[in-house]
Design a protein around this ligand. Structure first.
Ligand code: OGA
Ligand code: MN
Length: 285
């Protein structure tokens, strides 16, 4: 072992030291990092110095990247980098009523990235350029811990079940009109409610804010179960809150954790993070 792995929570999440991404690292180091990712679901690599190109190249080690969709958060310019920021390039704080800021609020709802795509994301990588002195944490909830803690009856109830996911669901919780009519018109996608990790066989309860309906259940029953499962998954014991330091890159397994961003005093303090998103290897059903 040339990397050092320190657990950040009793159930998941670890800090990994011994990799300087900009300097480069061996294939053996990457294999260790990848194994740590499969095991711990959330990996924090502190003290990195990266630009977008280096972040993209590093992220591609995990697999092909997703292209972001054009939306208000990226000024309708899709790219491999999704930028979370609350200041203009000249340093001025962007007012909260700006459409870009409203769009970012969808990140404050528990979700897993790209579960509205037929092939959802394998993992996301978020790199910190500027962070507020307080607040602005990113929280992660272990969908594996959540699955393991379900009672046998609920496990049986969701085994083999499919939930329908759509991006409009979380956007509509923030404000009307955030979703373009074209996007709203795209059909929801079907995802397995229980996903099994191909390396270690661990099961995860695949849920989150984009999930709106369980197939084959009546509307009320489905809604009640989804709410119960989301509350169960995000109970405090299953949550790791990452307090950002400039230079951190955090890699999370979208198959195994939910995440959400927390608020901060955004009228005063800047927060700038860049995200790359690695595509999964296919549909979940
Ligand atoms: C994301 C996300 C939350 C945050 O980048 O996918 O949800 O803390 N971010 O900014
Ligand atoms: Mn996200």
């Amino acid at each position: 072992m040339s990397l050092s792995v320190t657990k950040l929570h009793p159930l998941f999440a670890a800090r990994v030291e011994g990799i300087d991404i900009a300097r480069g690292f061996s294939d053996t180091d990457f294999a260790e990092l990848r194994a740590a990712f499969e095991e711990h679901s959330v990996i924090v690599l502190p003290g990195q110095t990266l630009d977008d190109g280096q972040q993209i190249a590093f992220s591609e080690r995990f697999g092909p990247l997703e292209m972001m969709l054009p939306h208000a958060g990226n000024n309708l310019n899709p790219s491999h980098i999704s930028r979370m920021y609350n200041s203009e390039t000249d340093g001025a704080i962007i007012p909260p009523e700006d459409r870009r800021m409203i769009y970012l609020k969808a990140n404050r709802i528990w979700h897993t990235d790209s579960s509205f795509k037929e092939t959802p994301s394998l993992c996301s990588l978020l790199y910190a350029y500027e962070v507020p002195p307080e607040g602005g944490e990113t929280e992660f909830a272990s969908m594996r811990a959540a699955y393991d803690a379900l009672d046998a009856e609920t496990k049986a109830q969701i085994e083999g079940k499919v939930a329908l996911h759509h991006a409009a669901r979380t956007r509509d919780m923030v404000a009307p009109g955030l979703v373009t009519p074209e996007r709203r018109a795209t059909p929801p996608v079907r995802h397995a409610m229980v996903r099994t990790n191909p390396v270690n066989g661990r099961k995860a309860l695949y849920t989150g804010g984009h999930a709106g309906k369980i197939e084959g259940m009546d509307e009320d029953e489905s809604e009640a179960l989804l709410v119960r499962l989301l509350n169960h998954t995000t109970q405090p014991d299953f949550v790791y809150a990452h307090k950002w330091t400039v230079g951190d890159i955090v890699i999370w397994d979208n198959r195994a954790v939910l995440h959400r961003g927390r608020s901060w005093n955004d009228a005063v303090h800047k927060r700038t993070l860049h995200r790359t998103t690695v595509a999964g290897d296919g549909p979940t059903v």
